[in-house]
Design a protein around this ligand. Sequence first.
Ligand SMILES: Nc1ncnc2c1ncn2[C@@H]1O[C@H](COP(=O)(O)OP(=O)(O)OP(=O)(O)O)[C@@H](O)[C@H]1O
Length: 325
Amino acid sequence: MITVNGISKSFLVAKRSSGLRHAVKSLFHREFTVVEALQDISFSIAPGEIVGYIGPNGAGKSTTIKIMSGILVPDRGTCTIHGYTPWLERVPYVKHIGVVFGQRTQLWWDVPVMDSFELLKDIYNIPQQDYNDNLELLIDTLDLGGIIQTPVRQLSLGQRMRCEIAASLLHNPSILFLDEPTIGLDAVSKIAVRRFIKMINKEKRVTVILTTHDMNDIEALADRILLIGKGTLLYDGSVQGLRSRFGTHRTITADYRENTNPITIPGASVLSWTPERAILSVDTDQILMSEALTQLSSQVELMDVAIDTQPIEDIIVQMYKEYQL
Ligand SMILES: Nc1ncnc2c1ncn2[C@@H]1O[C@H](COP(=O)(O)OP(=O)(O)OP(=O)(O)O)[C@@H](O)[C@H]1O
């Protein structure tokens, strides 16, 4: 459904120095630097997938989404989505995609949400019956009943985001691009948005490409991760694969009968210690968990043990470090 092949994109950015002398000079002679936003990016995405597109600030995520949604033209490479080249065949293409940029709105600020929806119906030429059916479903599942007649500027961020997502789906697209859909939302709204994304993916088979800095979004939604850093693709695989490749640490929290001897286990480091409790980080590349537990129980009289896997957030930080992003 989506094939991106060897996409590169660079931007010319004017150099600016501070001070009046430089400001005057730049009026006559502007200097530019080239920012390589994307370099030779390739991937493909099958129908019905939810793909998390992640990377640190400035990695090139939004640039990729803009190219895939037809807003930007790449310098090199090809992109075929639903049989179209997005930037060359925008008018027929956009009927198949929905786009939500978390930081921007596609709704008209001063009019009730419903009026924006009606306008989108005309822009996309949505048949009345399809529109009615879709609207009913979206109002119901995104709980828009109480806010649909409110002007957008009076909505909270969470309410607006639910309306943005509804607006992007009114024309029944088969692909949804979400750029930071949960940014700034409270915990309850985040969960509501995630649940909805999961639902439309499952029930309507909408393919979802999601950029986010929130690793809980990734854990809750993505089957697959594309990690981009400094414009190049560094990892393409499952969340599980990411865990087994980078998440080799487990945390053991051990409660035991009072013991003043220090705990030493090769392959494990002590994160904190008291005479009754120790927290250890175990590198499973160096020692099996079973072996670490055997050694622990030979050194203290265990009362309780909890084992936690490394949070995905830590794994990502580790990856960023490893790739020097
Ligand atoms: N219109 C533009 N003009 C000049 N440079 C740009 C433009 N758009 C993006 N860039 C540069 O391209 C690089 C990639 O930017 P992009 O917005 O794609 O990153 P991102 O991964 O989405 O970052 P963030 O997580 O901060 O949103 C950055 O160095 C950015 O400054």
